[in-house]
Design a protein around this ligand. Structure first.
Ligand code: ADP
Length: 268
């Protein structure tokens, strides 16, 4: 291709060079569908939504896995109370950890000696680790793999997108963010990567008073429906701020939650 700049990050063509960027799946694995969970910034509940989607899929009887690609802010093992480390027999192939209900999990925290050790790596190294999670981990048969993506639309999430065969993405926002802008950025990135947006989740959207059941829109009226329509996305959901979610996450018991994302999952 004469016009090729070899900068695949800005190219929408699906050529051979671009395909080479994709990591090879481990020979003992078969992963049917890969869903990336993205957000405009950290702290909006991306890991929570990743966990809830996996819990929902698992409850519905699908073989489910979570690849924690949020390398500098890994919170999946903590939410599931996983303290064991990843296991290897030959020093090459790695076995993922399993949650109480059998969700397979791989995260950089399963490789670190101490959970609190910071990961101070540059973008290419981070992307390399995510590729290894795809190539060196024996996932075996997986129906749905949910990938907790690094936040934002910068270099790192972009490289991770190019490394993994993501089928679709779920955008997580919180109402105090400039939701339209965040969804717009995600939509543009998805288009660039030839990936479709499978849904939007507005997290911490409102609060239901436990005494009188009154619903309080803490950050004002939601614009979620309007924005979803603007981008032609039919699959969207609001999750309330819920003190039980916060405490179950902190205790590593997120699988005990009553919050169910079947409504979103069924339209994936
Ligand atoms: P991110 O992955 O976007 O950085 P997390 O999923 O780690 O965000 O969530 C950040 C914090 O907010 C966590 O402590 C989580 O338990 C809490 N949290 C997320 N969503 C909710 C919610 N709907 N209700 C209560 N707490 C929440």
């Amino acid at each position: 291709m004469s016009e090729c700049s070899h900068d695949c990050s800005n190219c929408s063509k699906d050529c051979a060079e671009k395909k080479d960027l994709k990591a090879k799946l481990n020979e003992f694995s078969k992963v049917k569908k890969v869903i990336g969970i993205v957000s405009g910034k950290g702290g909006v509940g991306k890991s929570l939504v990743t966990s809830l989607l996996a819990i929902t899929a698992n409850k519905l009887g699908y073989k489910t896995a979570i690849l924690d690609a949020d390398i500098t802010g890994p919170s999946i093992p903590k939410m599931f109370g996983i303290t064991e480390k990843a296991y290897t027999e030959d020093g090459k192939n790695i076995y993922p950890a399993k949650s109480i209900n059998g969700i397979k999990v791989m995260s950089v925290n399963l490789l670190l000696e101490n959970d609190s050790d910071p990961v101070i790596w540059r973008g290419p190294v981070i992307a390399g680790v995510v590729k290894q999670f795809w190539t060196d981990v024996i996932w075996e048969d997986v129906d749905y793999m949910f990938v907790d993506m690094p936040p934002g639309t910068g270099d790192v999430p972009l490289t991770v997108f190019q490394s993994l065969p993501v089928d679709g993405i779920i955008v997580v926002t919180s109402p105090q963010q400039l939701v339209s802008m965040i969804v717009g950025k995600a939509a543009k990135m998805a288009k660039l990567m030839n990936i479709k947006i499978d849904g939007i989740v507005e997290n911490m959207a409102y609060f239901k008073c436990p005494d009188c059941n009154k619903i309080v829109n803490i950050f004002g009226e939601s614009k979620l429906e309007e924005i979803a329509k603007e981008y032609g996305i039919e699959n969207y959901l609001r999750i309330p701020f819920d003190t039980e979610i916060a405490s179950l996450s902190d205790q590593g018991k997120i699988e005990d939650t009553k919050v169910d994302l079947t409504e979103i999952f069924n339209k994936l």
